[in-house]
Design a protein around this ligand. Structure first.
Ligand code: SF4
Length: 664
């Protein structure tokens, strides 16, 4: 059996802990990862409409179900809690090493209640659990904390820590492991800081044998041929990417436009990481430019700007590739650095665009520096970039003046201004103290709401909705708003879902290739089917790049690891349970679908006048209607239909929503 049906509950207020057994049915319904975290929080949270930074909030660390099973790409873990940014459901997905370490302590979930009086560390060493004073760790950056705990506790420990931003309750702080892999979104580092919890440490030796090791190994071996480039076909593709890259970064992705998209994507990831896509994305309109108001070709031209952020330049600064646990691909990288400096992780596409294209900055060395700074302090780089872009626009419009910036001019593209904003925010000094409260609250305080590109308080990520309109649906309708890693038409194609799920082929259209003829009809249904699939894949702990780079055997891996003998229908029903309980949490906390409405600019209202996205307006309403209908959610109140909840075995959710409604 690859899981333990066992959770550890720690109460930081009382200093007590205990282990709980959970029913097999719970694991089958919510799998692991944030699915199990959502079930736990939904059923155990005391009261509703709680303060996300108060002791009632439950912070959970959740290994993916396939952690330590030997499944390739299956090493990711998740962190969950009520989000201080959206005021609703929060989760963040992370690679590195911590998930498998927690699983090796015999745990499917670590749930942390209450808040400590003094800075603390939770140490889980096998079955031993101790809450220790954080002592001199408070005030250290996350990787420094990790190194200090490793030195103190010896071999085999794995550490998840907050940096100084989490301590200062910067509301978009994340939680860091393995020198800079960060569970960045939803502001969960601030939740950890509010509990005065500096770090969680795990060390264990428990094994998690898959139900059918022979089948699981064969599946993994067969799938790995995509990433190990050990076939003639793969070598041809690898050669093609290299050759085309030399000609133009735009040609690098040309083979995406014919069959074999996933394989091509894999080679770009392997050679450059996600940053291999930046110039192409900026040029074609995928990357937001100038706070979503600009156009790549006009405001961030290829030769003078976008090519300064290209994959090969990032690669030049990389000392060696980085692999998360169980990963055969290694899209990450460890930076070359001056002697004595800490070698951090190289920046990802999202970071390069958030600090680059969106702020009109094209200094790759500065982006490396700030990426490292944000990883060390434990800050979500997507939100930091979105907030900086908001500040640049507010300055341009005269909504922020020099009296608020110590005289620093927040001019578009200013590297000095960008670095100043990052440092002020991490330190919560001056205007940084306002910005640290998140994009929504900061924009309200500064009176620049029109410049704030967010959904329900979560800053928007770096895929333009006018390039792939289905991202607009994901940003505004997923229980964690502003999330780019769940569904989109692009991902549906890369995952090959039309070959796996009935109904996807019929409704799927290559809409992002024909933007001017974009038709939203049926797209909401396709995205609802896709999200049901992706919910399970995420909760298994699979890296999205693993299942985006070809026909990943997600269902077959699940059955070989667990022995459940699921059909695709079973998998999709489980995905609906996970999606629905996350959504129901929001409903119970008083959030309505309209609370996640996207800014008009993001929907092309009015449309851009130049560039590749010229003239496009996104009809998110039609897609949202289909999406909510498919999942049985009311579009106005968000509430899931009673009969639908009963049909998928979530009758208890209905009762909880009734109880909450009666007490409001
Ligand atoms: S593909 Fe990249 S992010 Fe995914 S598991 Fe591998 S190294 Fe980590």
């Amino acid at each position: 059996m690859c899981y333990f049906k066992r959770i550890l509950v720690v109460d930081l207020t009382t200093g007590e802990h205990h282990f709980e057994d959970i029913d097999d049915e719970v694991v089958r319904k919510f799998v692991g990862g944030y699915g199990l975290g959502a079930w736990y929080t939904f059923t155990r949270q005391k009261g509703t409409r709680i303060d996300p930074l108060g002791p009632e909030n439950i912070l959970s660390f959740c290994p993916g179900l396939l952690n330590r099973t030997g499944t390739s790409y299956g090493g990711r873990f998740m962190v969950t809690a009520k989000s201080p940014l959206s005021g609703g459901w929060g989760d963040a997905n992370c690679g590195g090493r911590f998930g498998p370490a927690l699983r090796s302590c015999g745990l499917d979930l670590l749930a942390i209640h209450g808040a400590a009086e003094e800075p603390s560390v939770i140490v889980i060493d096998g079955d031993e659990v101790e809450i220790r004073p954080a002592g001199e760790l408070w005030g250290l950056d996350a990787p420094e904390t990790e190194r200090a705990l490793e030195a103190e506790l010896g071999n085999g420990v794995h550490v998840c820590a907050i940096g100084t931003a989490g301590e200062r309750l910067v509301r978009f702080a994340g939680i860091v492991n393995h020198g800079g892999r960060i569970a960045a979104r939803s502001g969960l580092g601030a939740v950890m800081g509010s509990k005065k919890l500096k770090a969680v440490v795990a060390r264990g030796k428990k094994k998690t044998p898959p139900s059918d090791k022979k089948v699981l190994t064969a599946l993994t071996k067969a799938y790995n041929h995509y990433t190990k480039a050990d076939t003639r076909y793969d070598k041809v593709n690898e050669w093609l990417v290299r050759k085309l890259s030399k000609l133009s970064p735009l040609l690098r992705v040309a083979p995406f436009q014919v069959k074999g998209e996933g394989i091509q994507f894999k080679h770009i990831l392997k050679q450059f990481g996600t940053c291999g896509l930046t110039p192409m994305s900026a040029e074609v309109g995928d990357s937001p430019v100038k706070n979503w108001a600009g156009s790549g070709s006009h405001d961030f031209p290829l030769k003078t700007h976008a090519l300064h952020l290209d994959g090969p330049l990032v690669k030049e600064r990389e000392a060696k590739p980085y692999f998360c646990s169980q990963c055969p691909l290694g899209c990450g990288g460890i930076n070359k650095c001056a002697e004595g400096e800490h070698a951090g992780h190289k920046p990802e596409y999202e970071t390069i665009c958030a600090l680059g294209t969106n702020c009109l900055v094209h200094d790759i060395d500065l982006i490396f520096k700030l990426n490292d700074r944000l990883n060390h302090a434990g800050v979500d780089s997507i939100t930091m970039g979105a907030i900086a872009a908001m500040a640049f626009e507010a300055w341009e419009k005269g909504l922020i003046g020099p009296d608020q910036t110590d005289g620093v001019a927040l001019e578009w593209g200013s590297t000095t201004a960008l670095e100043w904003l990052v440092e002020k925010t991490i330190a919560r000094e001056g205007i940084g103290d306002i910005l640290a409260n998140g994009i929504k609250e900061a924009s309200e305080t500064l009176g620049c709401e029109e410049c704030a590109m967010h959904a329900g308080g979560e800053a928007l990520p770096m895929h333009d909705t006018r390039y792939d309109p289905t991202f607009a649906l994901a940003y505004s309708s997923e229980p964690t708003p502003g999330r780019h890693t769940i569904v989109s038409q692009t991902y549906v194609e890369l995952m090959g879902l039309e070959r796996k799920i009935e109904g996807v082929r019929a409704a799927s259209l290559p809409l992002y290739r024909k933007k001017s003829k974009y038709d939203p009809t049926g797209q909401g249904t396709v995205m609802a089917l896709a999200t049901r699939y992706v919910q399970v894949a995420n909760c298994l702990g699979l890296c999205e790049f693993g299942f985006l780079t070809g026909d990943a055997p997600v269902l077959e891996w699940t059955n070989a690891a667990t022995g459940w003998e699921w059909t695709m229908e079973d998998l999709l029903r489980t995905g609906e349970c996970i999606e629905t309980i996350r959504h129901a949490y929001n409903v119970r906390e008083g959030i309505r679908p309209a609370d996640f409405r996207l800014p008009d600019r993001v929907l092309g209202r009015p449309p851009l006048k130049t560039g590749p996205l010229k003239g496009i307006e996104v009809d998110v309403e039609t897609m949202q209607q289909d999406f909510f209908n498919h999942l049985g959610w009311d579009l106005e109140t968000g509430r899931p239909r009673k009969d639908r909840l009963e049909a998928i075995g979530l009758g208890f959710v209905n009762e909880a929503l009734d109880d909450a409604a009666a007490t409001v």
